[in-house]
Ligand binder design. Structure first.
Ligand code: 13P
Ligand code: SF4
Length: 327
């Protein structure tokens, strides 16, 4: 069906934001949903929180608040609207719900999971506590609320070192991302006991990828997410959360850059930095890509899928997140 010219006219300023990464021929397929979502947000007193890995038509055209996991948690705390749509994966929606128990939190696709969150259960955390009595448990936010409830404090890739060092102890358990734990261990004197979880997107990058990239693109600056294996981080120029990578490009303006992370990240940052050349080997996160304009629209139209958290564990999980946010 042809997109009405009135819709194209109304959404033209939004297309202008993303025209460097979305060809004009594709925009009419997005414009109708963008237009409808903007109206639904007004009608339902809703806001959309979008992670940095969301596609540009979501990130730049319908999202109200964007960022890395830490920024999304902080921004979720300050939301005044009654409805929050989380354009991201399930653990992010749960975190938003933990911080907004009285609001409606919707995730457009319930199957938007995370390999890290799937790598550990509450029972596993209890076993680690038994095995290492008295050692504090720092849990990455990429986990279920039930796992957070068994933890002492959460962290994200943006604050992991600060959280680990804030505890003032010699040893901590850091779950479930083995590579993040190893990358933080390389930066701190605190001994870190890790778990065997991995991000299915970042574990696929190799040092050989970086060597080849440097050979093919002389002078390229390589930024790697700390969920990448330590041998990848060791040969990158910088490692940090998705927000830290974005800030690096913003402040340092490298002429050529490659972001060793999920594919949409480069598109979203490139939109704001036409002067920077982005080299784009990347890996797709199949979970993040489950979120589309179509299911965001349906989430708002049909009030689905509402995120709920077992009250028996919500209080303890919230405490772990709030302890992190207090640091
Ligand atoms: P950030 O907190 O760095 O945005 O990372 C979240 C994530 O899922 C990375 O894979
Ligand atoms: Fe999980 Fe990795 Fe996808 Fe992030 S990119 S949501 S850590 S699977």
């Amino acid at each position: 069906m042809a997109t009405a010219s009135s819709v194209l006219q109304r959404t033209a300023p939004l297309y202008d934001r993303v025209k460097r990464v979305i060809p004009p021929i594709e925009w009419p397929a997005f414009a109708g949903d963008v237009d409808a979502i903007l109206e639904l947000k007004r009608r339902r007193n809703a806001v959309i929180l979008a992670h940095n890995y969301q596609t540009p038509e979501i990130f730049h055209c319908v999202a109200d608040l964007v960022g890395d996991s830490l920024a999304l948690a902080r921004k979720a705390m300050a939301v005044e609207a009654q409805v929050i749509v989380l354009a991201g994966v399930h653990f992010m929606a749960e975190t938003a719900k933990l911080l907004n128990p009285g609001k409606t939190v919707l995730i457009p696709d319930l199957a938007a999971g995370c390999s890290l969150a799937d790598s550990i259960t509450p029972q596993d955390v209890r076993l680690m506590r038994q095995r290492y009595p008295g050692v504090p448990i720092v849990t990455y936010v990429n986990t279920s609320a039930a796992v957070k409830a068994e933890s002492d404090i959460c962290c994200t890739s943006g604050n992991a070192r600060a959280i680990v060092e804030s505890l003032g102890v010699r040893r901590v358990i850091m779950l479930p991302d083995e590579y993040l734990a190893q990358n933080i261990a390389a930066e701190t004197d605190v001994e870190i006991i890790a778990w065997k979880g991995h991000c299915e997107v970042h574990e696929r990058f190799t040092p050989e990828d970086i060597r080849q990239l440097r050979e093919d693109n002389p002078g390229v600056t390589v930024l790697a997410h700390p969920e990448c294996p330590p041998e990848v981080v060791a040969v990158a120029d910088f490692s940090g959360s998705t927000a830290a990578m974005s800030d690096y490009v913003e402040t340092r303006k490298p002429p050529r850059v490659v972001l060793m992370t999920e594919c949409s990240m480069s598109d979203n940052v490139a939109v704001q930095h036409p002067e920077v050349e982005f080299i784009r080997p990347c890996n797709l996160c199949p979970h993040m890509k489950r979120i589309t304009l179509g299911n965001i629209r349906q989430a708002l139209e049909l009030n689905r899928h509402e995120v709920t958290i077992d009250p028996a564990l919500a209080g303890r999980a919230r405490l772990a997140v709030e302890r992190m946010l207090a640091i």
